[in-house]
Design a protein around this ligand. Structure first.
Ligand code: MN
Ligand code: MN
Length: 306
């Protein structure tokens, strides 16, 4: 049996990868030997972060053995977690999402706060214990908060996230506005991804009143440029719907500069999307002004209208 493992969700984003590395560091300070791992390929933004602050990506795992001790960060829903999670011993969760599809046989530490980023919670945990945050670790935490809050512009951002960003930028020794924009831009270079990769880079699976839905999201600085490949996305999405028996697939292409999204939507339950956003899809697409957050502005709307 492996030692205790810590990981975030499938289709890892910057918060998920950084949370795992930071939690391993936090546990080390508590005298515990915990290994950070990941459930998928880091995206370009995350690679930029790891390279900038001098970290290797955590090791990839595909599944876990029965009885494996684990810590979950940046997620709790089993469909988003590692294969075999039902049989794991979940010892701790630190997360900032809704709690759903989650149950354990044994007691555990569970910390959930409705803030913009898991790393905002982790930063508080260091402070509560009086642990020093090393500059490199501060860099990971800072990057994660910038990523999840789109440089403090997302409606998911709270005052605590903003305070944390300012304090962490100081410790990490970076100008967070300049660094943050470079980091976000590194993640928008999507030209060499296939359509299949684009719709799975940051994709989350949900159940909507018994219907199977996926909501994928990519960041861009140029929606029209991204939409030139719409036919490719439609083909990739249709294939995923067919192979995985999905009812709804929403692919949100989010403009991080102007804070809007263009959605490409397919499936037999697109009426949920149309009803929720009060739009009529034209050629499988609709523009969503002011929508940047899947968690706060897309999932709840689908949930309420399913
Ligand atoms: Mn995440
Ligand atoms: Mn997060």
């Amino acid at each position: 049996m492996e030692k205790m493992l810590v990981f975030g969700h499938k289709s890892p984003d910057t918060d998920t990868i950084c949370s795992a590395l930071v939690m391993a560091d936090y546990q080390k300070k508590l005298g515990k030997d915990v290994k950070a791992v990941r459930l998928g390929e880091p995206n370009k933004e995350t690679k930029y972060v790891l390279n900038y602050f001098g970290f290797e990506a955590p090791e990839l795992i595909e599944n876990i053995e029965e009885g494996q001790e684990v810590i979950l960060v940046d997620h709790n829903e089993f469909p988003q977690s590692v294969d075999g999670i039902e049989k794991a011993k979940i010892r701790m969760v630190v997360d900032h999402h809704r709690i759903a599809d989650f149950a354990t046989a044994e007691p555990l530490y569970y910390r959930a706060e409705p803030v913009g980023c898991t790393n905002t919670i982790l930063f508080k945990m260091y402070k509560e214990k009086g642990f020093e945050v090393e500059p490199k670790i501060a860099g990971l935490m800072l990057s994660a908060i910038i990523s999840d809050t789109l440089l403090l512009k997302s409606p998911t951002k709270t005052a605590e996230d903003e305070e944390a960003v300012k304090a962490l930028a100081e410790i990490a020794g970076v100008n967070y506005e300049e660094y943050g924009l470079e980091m976000l831009k590194a993640g928008t270079d999507l030209s060499d991804y296939s359509a299949e990769e684009l719709i799975s880079l940051d994709c989350k699976k949900f159940e909507l009143n018994g219907k199977q839905a996926k909501v994928a999201q990519v960041n861009t600085a140029d929606i029209p440029e991204m939409m030139k490949r719409k036919a490719e996305y439609e083909a990739a999405i249709s294939k995923d719907i067919e192979e995985n028996g999905l009812d709804l697939f929403v692919f949100a292409i989010t403009d991080i500069i102007n804070s809007n999204s263009q959605a490409v939507v397919l499936g037999n339950a697109t009426n949920i999307f149309e009803k929720g956003f009060k739009v009529t899809l034209e050629d499988n697409t609709a523009f969503l002004p002011g929508v940047v957050s899947r968690k706060k502005q897309i999932i709840p709307v689908l949930q309420e209208n399913a």
